[in-house]
Design a binder for this molecule. Sequence first.
Ligand code: PMP
Length: 439
Amino acid sequence: THDPLAPDAPTRESSARSYPARLPITLTWGRGARVRDTGGDEYIDCLAGAGALALGHHHPAVDEAIRAALDSGSPLSTLDLATPVRERFIEQLFSVLPAPLRAEGRVLFCGPSGADAVEAAVKLARTATGRSGVVAFGGGYHGMTQATLALTGRRSAKEPLGALLPEVHHLPFPRPYRSPFGPVDAATDADLAARLVAWALHDDYSGIAAPAAAVAEPVQGEGGVHPMPASFATALRAHCRQAGTVLVADEVQTGLGRTGTLWASEPIGLDPDILVLSKAVGGGMPLAVIVHRGALDAWQPGAHAGTFRGSTLALAAGAATIREVVQGGLHQRAAELGERLTAGLRAAADDPRVGDVRGRGLMVGVELVDPEVTEDGVPVPDGDLAAAVQSEMLRRGVITEAGGTRDAVVRFLPPLVISDEEIDRVVDTFVAALAAVPK
Ligand code: PMP
């Protein structure tokens, strides 16, 4: 008979899976920042549902909220129909939104995944403006559906597919390490990227017809952890306003405290017209929403639909998670823990294979490089090294993500409830894993 848990069992899943190649484990238990596999080995989980588990695994408040929703007898799936659980989620979400959206925003439930919400944001911007073009950024990640893949700024992810969403124009995202503008300082890099936005949106010779939307992450996640500088954010905000372009902040990964503030767009002055949320706001359950300015509400009834938008259990888990993050000041905690993690990793940077350590709050990445090969005076990203370090870290009990150019950035997205001691263990494990990979 087929034992699906046997180590040599033939897979019945498609080849599209990526994590199992790097993380060949079968997980049976999770609590807080810890998970265990079938062999009983325990790991610190710095993947945490790709950042979806702000409160970690089985936080008592989340478990309790899900149980209460079940015990209440509330219908589990109601499409757009109101339930007390749904109304409470909306109340809870609005109580913590950035000020402009709290005052006059409208929420739309979009489906189970972040990509669903990005799709809805672009569709709304097109509907509201009557325009079709979209500006997005190199290295951006917005999902794997056809339209969101078109927005994603990674050629290798979409090359075989031919035409996706037409009229998407990618501009350079500011990133001082290996800047597309060559060896320049961070301020110059941000300034040049902002000038290109101005050129794309206003200059007749850019050839880009006035775009409906500009879509950006306040910290690029999958693209290798690149925080957007405030000077660029305010410039992007101003140029979009001037051009009548709807500014969409994709906070699917950054939202709800991960970057040290509740919303990553707030401290940098991005001030989006549409905020895209998923992952953490569902408390680990599938949920995605957009919140948009009231003036953009150009939807006709029925213009955007879908069966699974706001499942009762996800709304219950999400409301509990928002409450816990805010009441527990977990965003502030993420800022402190992020400092600790980044400082620890930077201390390991005397190894020439550590090219750059960067992040904001508990969204941290280490770009690993081949010091022997340089381009523009900067060592090239080394994806093989990152994969080897990731494997060594797994063997030592820490689960990480990878992203960025050539997947050479080891990424850390632990739950916001991770402890100081666990952060220190993550750092020590990174140092040990890097040392274990021959130079
Ligand atoms: N936007 C961002 C910024 C993301 O990080 C992700 C997922 N990593 C998505 C969109 C897509 O979300 P999903 O995988 O739920 O479709």
